[in-house]
Design a protein around this ligand. Structure first.
Ligand code: FAD
Length: 476
């Protein structure tokens, strides 16, 4: 008998319950379906780049296990039943994806298959908790992180990862597959992916290497250094998690068995970050419109400023004149990733300094991040903007100069991504406009020519943002 494994955002062979279940059958047909039209938001450019390479790696792995990956284009609700017929499969397995946009389609397909007498089963793996099942004492969902964490933390280690199958028997003859290159997931026209190629190794092997390197080299001191963007102190696992090349259970298992010299604080803080990912998915599963609507409805009346092309484009290109903001936005463009501290600073700058609606920033991140994630991106943007669940208080407006001086005191980060300021002394690096003329001249900086003047004045726009907040606060 034959089993189909429908791959989605779980591009791995290890800790893959669907694949493991299928491996018990006589023949296995793993399939990935490219959906040009989907009920969910289409992936952005950076994630498509990643997806291409990840699928290529997965294809090689499955081939070496014995059952090649089948690539198809179209609507899974039609294609999966058709594939069941053409292969004579008796079972279809998949791992649950928690994007609410897919819930109805996945449930309908399962129902349809089951009523045709086919075994259709879905498994957990992407998350450590079931986001719509976890309930508070009063029956609702968790809106605050700490109680959420307390509720799921004790169970985290009770889900040991599943082993990868050793071999998979193919269906003979192997069904004909489309060609990955024909899907045109890679950039056409200007090739913006050069920096991504240097920074990342998509695929399950790349994820494992990242994890091992992180545990050995970066976990010690993680608690302290994770906030310093100029050193590679965090795991860089987010794009691998976003594509399901590794699971949170695998990460926690490796953490538990790691004999690294990391302190309890380092380990606890890291686990809690994994917890923030869970919390974001918990929010999205219970508030499916999280990427579109203010979680807190009082923000529906917030007087956002219609973005002028100039302001939005200065932010996107990293040309705001605030070095830490510009370094972050350029890191994003060049590598498809941005350090968490700087994500907070750049998001705060867009929503509070420029007073541009957080949805504009969320969608730019969606397109440019290799780890763009429907839950973490939306939840984090709302958190920074002040409109989210358990959000940062609105009046906490990051001062980009002080943030730069505190977290990038030697300027390593800014010098790397804003090379035109590389010769500026530390004292003025985060506020070049304050430097005396001779210092600027010596550093080869001509403000307004080699590097922009600040697009806004911090104190002025800080007051403007606070006044705007006062308006909605008074109404609420
Ligand atoms: P590490 O510090 O090594 O953390 C390990 C893992 O924990 C991460 O891979 C991630 O899965 C999870 N994690 C860490 N911090 C957070 C957090 N604050 N929220 C949720 N999960 C977290 N993360 C995404 O994965 N996708 C996004 O689209 C995304 N958009 C963001 C947008 C904004 C405005 C902000 C402020 C944060 C966003 N984050 C997003 C969260 C966070 O910045 C990244 O998860 C983190 O920088 C990834 O780097 P890392 O893997 O080295 O993290």
């Amino acid at each position: 008998d034959t089993a189909i494994v429908w791959y989605r955002n779980d591009l791995r062979t290890g800790d893959n319950a669907a694949l493991l279940a299928a491996s018990q059958h006589r023949a296995v047909v793993p399939v990935f379906i490219h959906q040009p039209v989907t009920p969910a938001r289409p992936l952005g450019g950076a994630r498509n780049w990643w997806l291409h390479h990840s699928l290529a790696r997965l294809g090689e792995q499955l081939e070496s296990l014995g059952a090649p990956l089948l690539l198809l284009t179209g609507d899974p609700e039609e294609l999966v039943p058709r594939l069941v017929q053409s292969t004579g499969a008796s079972a279809v397995y998949w791992n649950r994806r928690y994007d609410p946009a897919y819930q109805d389609a996945d449930a309908a397909l399962k129902h349809q298959l089951q009523s045709d007498g086919i075994v259709a089963e879905s498994f957990a793996g992407q998350l450590l908790h079931e986001p719509t099942r976890l309930r508070t004492g009063s029956g609702g969902f968790y809106k605050v992180y700490s109680p959420f964490w307390r509720a799921i933390e004790p169970d985290l280690d009770n889900r040991p990862p599943a082993p990868a199958p050793q071999t998979l028997a193919p269906l003979v003859p192997v069904p004909a597959s489309e060609n990955l290159d024909d899907w045109k997931l890679l950039p056409t026209g200007p090739d913006w992916a050069g920096g991504l190629v240097k920074a990342w190794l998509p695929g399950e092997e790349g994820a494992k290497e990242r994890l091992a390197e992180f545990l050995d080299e970066r976990l010690p001191d993680y608690a302290e250094r994770r906030d310093v963007p100029g050193v590679a102190a965090t795991s860089g696992l987010s794009p691998h998690l976003a594509h399901g090349e590794i699971t949170p259970a695998q990460i926690l298992e490796a953490l538990k068995h790691s004999d690294t010299e990391a302190s309890t604080a380092d380990r606890t803080v890291f686990r809690k970050e994994i917890g923030w990912r869970e919390f974001s998915w918990h929010l999205l599963a219970n508030r499916p419109d999280l990427a579109n609507s203010n979680y807190s409805s009082k923000f529906d009346n917030f007087p956002w400023i219609a973005p002028s092309d100039q302001a939005l484009s200065a932010w996107r290109k990293g040309m705001t004149g605030y070095p830490i903001v510009d370094a972050g936005m350029r890191q994003l463009w060049q590598t498809g990733w941005m350090h968490n501290r700087v994500r907070m600073v750049t998001a705060s700058f867009l929503t509070k300094h420029l007073m541009i609606d957080w949805r504009q920033g969320e969608s730019w991140f969606w397109d440019t991040l290799v780890d763009a994630d429907p839950a973490s991106n939306a939840a984090s943007w709302q958190w920074v903007a002040g409109s989210g669940a358990d959000a940062a208080p609105y009046f906490r407006i990051f001062n980009p100069v002080l943030q730069g001086e505190k977290f990038d005191p030697e300027g390593d980060y800014v010098r790397q991504f804003v090379p035109e300021l590389a010769q500026m002394p530390n004292r003025y690096l985060h506020k070049p406009w304050a430097a005396p003329d001779d210092v600027l001249a010596k550093a080869g900086v001509r403000l307004g020519e080699t590097y922009p003047e600040p697009v806004v004045d911090h104190q002025t726009v800080r007051n403007r943002a606070l006044a705007a907040y006062q308006q909605i606060k008074d109404v609420a």
